[in-house]
Design a protein around this ligand. Structure first.
Ligand code: FRU
Length: 497
């Protein structure tokens, strides 16, 4: 279907209830639909927004275009949770219904005040000549979930930035609120992060660009986030068009992070001794990750599993994308770890302890008949080579493969080249990471129908991806040319949320 501008920006009220019901049915009846992840009720989901803790519950919103698999007129859909795992959707919270957000209630964040949750987001407005005017807007959500928008923008486009100026993240540091905003510099057309400060959320002082790197960060930075992990500042951001000589990546747009030593926000300085900008996720499909510090100081992150300008097979079914599971961030030996939250264990059904099996045919060891909704914890011994197959068919001619070597040149390569429907192949069908030599490889794998999240060595790496396997029974198996693989592990089928 051709999405014309008129269709993308048609007011929500002009879509019929019947169309919406049909779209909802299509999304929930899809064989690829997730069972324990946040996924769109209908149409397209993109960035997580307003991730926060307020009124005794966790809150997250997502960017939504409910009327198809297109980036049309965006709004915020609201979900709440008691444990960061079981989410309940409460419906539309921020609609594109004022002159300032007439062309989309774009991404933003939230901060809990005493009795209200303060939302700050970008209102996307286009004038008669289709020129974009971004406004940074505010709204208050009360304890009943009622959202009241402020009548006037809090921040307008500064003269130093182009109209690519969006995705405010608000956080408190010391006695001030700070707001970082993704920007494109007008003079150099390069990606920047603008910094503002406020005392009472009425007046906002422009502190200029955040100084965090001497390198050029592509042509635009989307979705910047600053959180503190064990007191150390962590900057998460999406530098579109980043030169691959600065940091290598393969996805259309990267989601990067930079660990700092200290921030001096009044001087707009993010100080880092490592200078090392890294991929936040080593898989195929993570973007627009949003993180925040909970009241107890812990840092949590959640990602859009999907990418701008990439088509996914479910577009044909008129829905697209999902959110990742929530990841708890911590540091170990100066390295960032991303781990599943403890409550993920609540989803487990009875576990099966895996005892290394005999070779059943050829070089194949069967681990489990898996189904499509499970968690697999697997430890592979050192000095081995082989392939772990997920979502495999009978003869393993189709499967998601994880080639591992745990010897001298230790590596893990994920391939979706033989995992059903192919898509985004122009960005490659494999992703590879280097591993420490001669060490066991710890994998925690979560499969949710068409979503795969792999946590490696206690969260030192995460590889997240979508895959669209053919329908039919699925198995987990190991193959190796060097005889049986030594492993131990546990397998759990997981409940839906
Ligand atoms: C990132 C993004 C944001 C924008 C939102 C619109 O995926 O482009 O920059 O606010 O999506 O949906």
């Amino acid at each position: 279907m051709e999405w014309t501008r008129e269709m993308r920006y048609r007011p929500y009220a002009d879509w019929s209830a019947e169309t919406l019901l049909k779209l909802q049915a299509q999304a929930s009846n899809s064989p690829y639909q997730m069972g324990y992840h946040i996924r769109p009720t209908s149409g397209l989901l993109n960035d997580p927004n307003g991730f926060s803790y307020f009124n005794g519950q966790w809150h997250v919103f997502y960017q939504s275009f409910p009327f198809g698999a297109a980036h049309g007129l965006k709004s915020w859909m609201h979900l709440v949770s008691d444990d960061l795992v079981h989410w309940k959707e409460l419906g539309l919270a921020v609609a594109p219904d004022t002159k300032y957000d007439s062309h989309g209630a774009y991404s933003g964040s939230a901060i809990a005040l005493d009795e209200q949750l303060f939302l700050m987001y970008t209102g996307n407005h286009r004038d008669q000549n289709w020129i974009r005017h971004p406004f940074q807007l505010g709204a208050y959500m009360d304890q009943n979930g009622e959202v009241t928008k402020l009548a006037e923008p809090l921040i307008t486009q500064p003269e130093y930035a182009t109209d690519h100026f969006r995705d405010p993240q608000i956080f408190k540091h010391g006695e001030y609120y700070y707001i970082i905003i993704g920007a494109q510099d007008k003079a150099t057309k390069s990606g920047k992060i603008a910094l503002f400060r406020s005392k009472g959320l009425k007046e906002f002082t422009d502190l200029g660009y955040l100084d965090f790197t001497a390198d050029t960060m592509g042509y635009m930075i989307e979705c910047p986030n600053l959180v503190f992990v064990d007191e150390q500042p962590l900057l998460i951001f999406c530098p579109q068009g980043l030169d691959k000589d600065i940091v290598a990546y393969e996805n259309i747009y990267p989601n990067m992070y930079l660990l700092g030593d200290k921030v001096r926000l009044d001087q707009a300085k993010f100080e880092t001794s490592t200078q090392q900008i890294k991929n936040l996720d080593d898989g195929f499909d993570v973007y627009a990750t949003q993180a925040f510090n909970a009241p107890d100081g812990k840092a949590y992150a959640i990602s859009w599993v999907g990418l701008p300008d990439v088509s996914y097979p479910t577009d044909q079914e008129n829905w697209a994308n999902c959110l990742s599971q929530v990841k708890e961030l911590s540091l170990k030996d100066g390295k960032l770890l991303q781990r599943p939250v403890n409550s993920m264990a609540e989803l487990r059904k009875k576990g099966t302890i895996l005892i290394p099996s005999e070779i059943v045919s050829g070089s194949q060891q069967l681990i489990a008949e898996s189904g499509e909704q499970y968690e697999l914890k697997l430890t592979l011994d050192t000095d081995q080579n082989g392939t772990l197959h997920l979502a495999g068919n009978d003869d393993l001619s189709q499967s998601l493969t994880l080639d591992f070597s745990t010897g001298q040149d230790a590596q893990l390569t994920v391939s979706r080249a033989h995992a059903g429907q192919q898509f985004a192949t122009k960005f490659g069908t494999t992703r590879k990471i280097d591993l420490p030599a001669h060490q066991t490889l710890e994998l925690e794998i979560f499969i949710d129908h068409s979503l795969c999240e792999i946590f490696i060595n206690g969260g030192e790496h995460v590889m997240t991806l979508r895959f669209f396997a053919d329908q039919g029974p699925k198995q987990i198996a190991l193959t190796s040319e060097n005889g049986p693989v030594n492993y131990r592990g546990t397998f759990w089928k997981l409940k839906s949320i």
